[in-house]
Design a protein. Structure first.
Lengths: 113, 117
């Protein structure tokens, strides 16, 4: 079965720096991969989707890369702000092309002022 | 943007009682909604797929008689936890797919914190 690995340790960075979060997966390569933000006690909020034929996607201060050879996606937040502090989840689609994603546990990001 | 609401946001109940959680898509129609459960510091676990006008599809290990799902309209799905027990205490989150959209993006509700005493 598909296993999604996200660093369970919180990432602490200083305001203004670039935060980089990692999502690794095993077994099959998904048709697409998504990143979500989740604040404590709240539901996830969709951020970006990247497809298997895309290497990189950007949205404002966010950048996602997708390396199907390494089976890895990197999520970058440039010029990070304390308001970016949250848990970031990556999610992969299931085999068969359905749009039901399987979620990783998420990595907590803490941006210090 | 697409908004999904959940009600209640927080509920505390006694063991053995039933609890109903509502999930509504406020500005779009959702033929399909999903129900997830999330324990502290864990990933979201899909419980079931709710389809408007038909029976829900449950994931392996999820008891359909315990977690009743009703998707009566294109904007409302309900999850009823029957005869709740303390081990059912969790964060329940629904999501909806915009029937008129690309089909790739799920919009999540804010979640419902259930505590069973």
């Amino acid at each position: 079965s598909q296993k999604i690995e996200q660093n369970s340790e919180a990432l602490n960075i200083q305001e203004g720096k670039t935060a980089t979060l990692t999502c690794n997966y095993t077994n099959y390569s998904p048709a697409y991969l998504q990143w979500y933000r989740q604040d404590p006690g709240r539901g996830p909020v969709f951020l970006l989707l990247i497809r298997e034929n895309e290497k990189e996607k950007r949205k404002e201060r966010l950048k996602v890369t997708f390396d199907t050879t390494l089976k890895q996606s990197l999520f970058h937040i440039t010029a990070s702000q304390p308001a970016d502090s949250a848990t970031y989840l990556c999610a992969l689609d299931m085999p068969g092309g359905s749009y039901i994603p399987t979620f990783g546990r998420g990595t907590s990001l803490i941006v210090h002022p | 943007g697409a908004v999904v609401s959940q009600h209640p946001s927080r509920v505390i109940c006694k063991s053995g009682t039933s609890v109903k959680i509502e999930c509504r898509s406020l500005d779009f129609q959702a033929t399909t909604m999903f129900w997830y459960r999330q324990f502290p510091k864990q990933s979201l676990m899909l419980m079931a797929t709710s389809n408007e006008g038909s029976k829900a599809t449950y994931e392996q290990g999820v008891e359909k008689d315990k977690f009743l799902i009703n998707h009566a309209s294109l904007t409302l799905s309900t999850l009823t936890v029957t005869s709740a027990h303390p081990e059912d205490s969790s964060f329940y989150i629904c999501s909806a797919v915009n029937s008129g959209g690309a089909g790739d993006e799920q919009f999540f509700g804010p979640g419902t914190r259930l505590t069973v005493l």
